[in-house]
Design a protein around this ligand. Structure first.
Ligand SMILES: [Fe+2]
Ligand SMILES: [Fe+2]
Length: 352
C-alpha cells in the first residue's frame, strides 16, 4: 500500500508552493501580476501546486496498486497540428496582417476563461455512484479543491491573473497593445462566441443509461471534454511559442513566448488530474438508481467515443471556419489583401 499522502483538505489543494519571485508580465500598456512565480534557481513554479502536485502522483500510484492500471494517456498526435500553421502565421505577420493573430490570442484567452466554468460543477457525494471505495482518490477531491484550483488557474484569482489574462498579456507584449484598434466584442461575435453559457450545458443529451445520475453524467462529460481540449492545446502552445519568440516578427524579445510556456506548464497538472480521475471512474463499477451495476469501462467509453468524434470532426471544422473567417475579414481590409490571402492558402499543409 502506498505510503504517500492521498487525502487532502480543499485548503491544501489550493495552496501555492513557495516562490522567491513573482511572475509579472510587462508591456507598453502597463504590467500584469500573474499567478505562479520563480524558485531560487529561476525555474517557473505553477500556482497551487504545494499539495496538488504530490497529490496527483499519489493518486496515480494508488490506482496502479488497487487496479493494476496506468492512468490513461492521450497522444497529442490524435489531432492534426494547429491551423493556421506556423508558416502561415509567420507569412501573415511578415505581410503586416497582424489582426488575425492578435485575434487568435484573444480567442484563446477567452476560451481559457470559459474553462473556469468547471468549478461550477457540484460533485456532491461521489461515493454513492461507485461500488468500490473512492477514499484517497482524485475523484474524491474533485469537489474539494481540484475543480476550484483548475478554475482559478484559468480565470485568475484575487489580484493574480490567470491564463485568460496571461494570454491577453502575451498578445499585448507581442503587439505592443494595439488592441484598442480592434473591436474585440465584434471579433468574438464573428468567431461564434456569445455568452459563456452553463457549465457543460444543462441541455445535456443523455448518452448513458437513464438510471445513471444525470449530474454524474454531466460531470464526466465536461471532464472528458475539457481533457480533450487541454491535450489538444499543446499544439496551440507550440504554434504560438514559435512565432511569439521571433523578435523579427513581434515585440517583447521573447517575453510573450515565455509567458505562453508558463501557461503550458500550468496545463500539465490539469491534464494529469483529469486523466487520473477519469481513469479511476473507468476502472470502477458505477451504481445506477435502484442499485443496478454498470461497468465503468462502458460508461466512460460511451462518453469518450462520442466526445472524441466531436472534437476531431464538427468541433474542428467550426474552429477552423472561425479562424479562416477572421483571416478573410482582415485581409479584405489590407492593401494587397487578395494577394496575401492567395499566398496564405498556397502555404496550407494538407490535412491541417
Ligand atoms: Fe489554461
Ligand atoms: Fe487548463
Amino acid at each position: 500500500m502506498t505510503t504517500l499522502q492521498t487525502e487532502f483538505t480543499e485548503e491544501e489543494l489550493l495552496l501555492d508552493a513557495p516562490v522567491s519571485a513573482p511572475l509579472i508580465a510587462r508591456h507598453t500598456g502597463g504590467e500584469v501580476r500573474c499567478h505562479g512565480g520563480f524558485d531560487e534557481g529561476g525555474t517557473y513554479v505553477s500556482p497551487r501546486m504545494r499539495f496538488r502536485g504530490p497529490g496527483i502522483v499519489a493518486w496515480q500510484e494508488k490506482h496502479r496498486e488497487d487496479f493494476g492500471e496506468e492512468p490513461m494517456d492521450i497522444p497529442l498526435d490524435t489531432w492534426p497540428a494547429h491551423f493556421p500553421t506556423v508558416e502561415q502565421a509567420r507569412y501573415l505577420l511578415d505581410n503586416e496582417v497582424i489582426e488575425p493573430l492578435s485575434a487568435t490570442l484573444t480567442r484563446i484567452g477567452t476560451v481559457e476563461g470559459f474553462g473556469a466554468n468547471i468549478r461550477l460543477l457540484q460533485p456532491g457525494d461521489m461515493q454513492a455512484h461507485f461500488d468500490e471505495s473512492i477514499k484517497g482518490t482524485a475523484i474524491d477531491h474533485l469537489g474539494r479543491g481540484l475543480f476550484e484550483a483548475h478554475g482559478r488557474d484559468e480565470a485568475g484569482w484575487e489580484e493574480e491573473a490567470g491564463h485568460k489574462d496571461m494570454w491577453f498579456a502575451a498578445r499585448d507584449v507581442a503587439f505592443e497593445k494595439p488592441t484598442a484598434n480592434i473591436d474585440i466584442e465584434a471579433m468574438l461575435a464573428r468567431m461564434g462566441f456569445g455568452q459563456p453559457g452553463s457549465p457543460g450545458g444543462l441541455d445535456l443529451e443523455r448518452a448513458l443509461p437513464d438510471d445513471i445520475d444525470v449530474n454524474l453524467e454531466l460531470i464526466a462529460n465536461l471532464m472528458i471534454r475539457v481533457l480533450l481540449i487541454e491535450v489538444q492545446a499543446f499544439h496551440t502552445f507550440a504554434w504560438a511559442e514559435d512565432w511569439l519568440a521571433d523578435p523579427e516578427l513581434v515585440a517583447g524579445d521573447g517575453d510573450a513566448a515565455r509567458l505562453v510556456s508558463y501557461i503550458r506548464a500550468d496545463e500539465t497538472p490539469h491534464v494529469a488530474y483529469l486523466a487520473t480521475a477519469i481513469t479511476e471512474m473507468r476502472d470502477r463499477t458505477w451504481i445506477g438508481e435502484g442499485g443496478k451495476r454498470h461497468a465503468g469501462t462502458d460508461m466512460v467509453g460511451r462518453l469518450w467515443d462520442a466526445l472524441l468524434e466531436q472534437s476531431l470532426g464538427d468541433g474542428r471544422v467550426q474552429t477552423r471556419k472561425a479562424i479562416q473567417g477572421e483571416v478573410d475579414h482582415w485581409c479584405s481590409r489590407h492593401q494587397r489583401g487578395d494577394e496575401v490571402l492567395e499566398q496564405f492558402h498556397a502555404l496550407a499543409t494538407p490535412g491541417v
